[in-house]
Design a protein around this ligand. Structure first.
Ligand SMILES: C[S@@+](CC[C@H](N)C(=O)[O-])C[C@H]1O[C@@H](n2cnc3c(N)ncnc32)[C@H](O)[C@@H]1O
Length: 217
């Protein structure tokens, strides 16, 4: 499934970098699972000990349902798209249509179609089903990381006053993602993986020697 900001194309590099940190850790926590490109590859490395979350209620519903055997439709017409958009109740189907059947995987950008007649819904469906296999046994939550992941205690509640509101256009219109806070929280004891703070975008993608990134605390 296409997902705006998804990591599908660079997933193998990210997973390789994260895998270095597995020894000595028995739990995986991903607070921003999005299109699940990383989550579905990392969760199987932590059987029964992966917690994945996203604060988008549609997305959380999608991955929960897919994990439990829900299958997306094979066809989504333009009329289906409009109807799903109008029905604001969060659901797996709504997420599938909103992301998987929109141009660029951008939620409700516009109905994806082209002159070649590409099968956008079919491709999205195959992507969801493939990722669902990697989510077996994982805990999936709808939660905002700043609230400590729904009271699970897995992430300490980040102080909202410390949240760095991203500059307009950097992280989307909602402007709620405080990356520095997330890295700080994940770097503390108690999270499954330690994270490195990239010096600039891409530093972390080439293995330990590629960037002189520091480990966060
Ligand atoms: C760029 S996407 C993650 C992409 C994912 N790694 C992938 O490969 O598809 C970022 C996600 O963070 C979620 N998000 C943004 N702010 C959040 C918050 N405060 N708490 C939890 N999730 C949040 C968004 O809904 C979005 O799905």
């Amino acid at each position: 499934m296409q997902y705006q900001g998804g990591k599908e194309k660079i997933a193998k590099h990210i997973v390789a970098a994260l895998t270095e940190y597995i020894p000595g850790h028995d739990r995986y926590l991903e607070p921003f699972m999005g299109g699940a490109s990383i989550a579905s590859r990392m969760a199987p490395l932590f059987p029964g000990a992966a917690t994945l979350a996203d604060f988008d209620p549609d997305l959380a519903a999608l991955w929960l349902a897919a994990r439990d055997g829900w299958e997306p439709p094979t066809v989504v017409t333009r009329e289906d798209y409009a109807a799903a958009k109008a029905d604001t109740y969060p659901s797996a189907y709504r997420a599938f249509v909103a992301y998987g059947c929109s141009f660029g995987g951008r939620k409700w950008s516009s109905y994806a179609t082209n002159a070649r007649g590409d099968d956008f819904a079919g491709a999205a469906r195959r992507g969801v089903l493939k990722k669902a296999r990697g989510l077996q046994g994982a805990t999936i939550l709808q939660a905002d990381y700043r609230d400590g992941l729904g009271g699970t205690g897995l992430l300490r509640p980040a102080l909202r006053r410390n949240s760095r509101i991203p500059r307009r256009g950097r992280m989307g219109r909602r402007g709620v993602l405080g990356n520095d806070d997330a890295l700080d929280e994940c770097g503390r004891d108690g999270c499954g993986l330690r994270v490195r703070r990239p010096r600039r975008l891409g530093d972390d993608l080439g293995g330990p020697e590629a960037g002189q990134s520091q480990r966060a605390r």
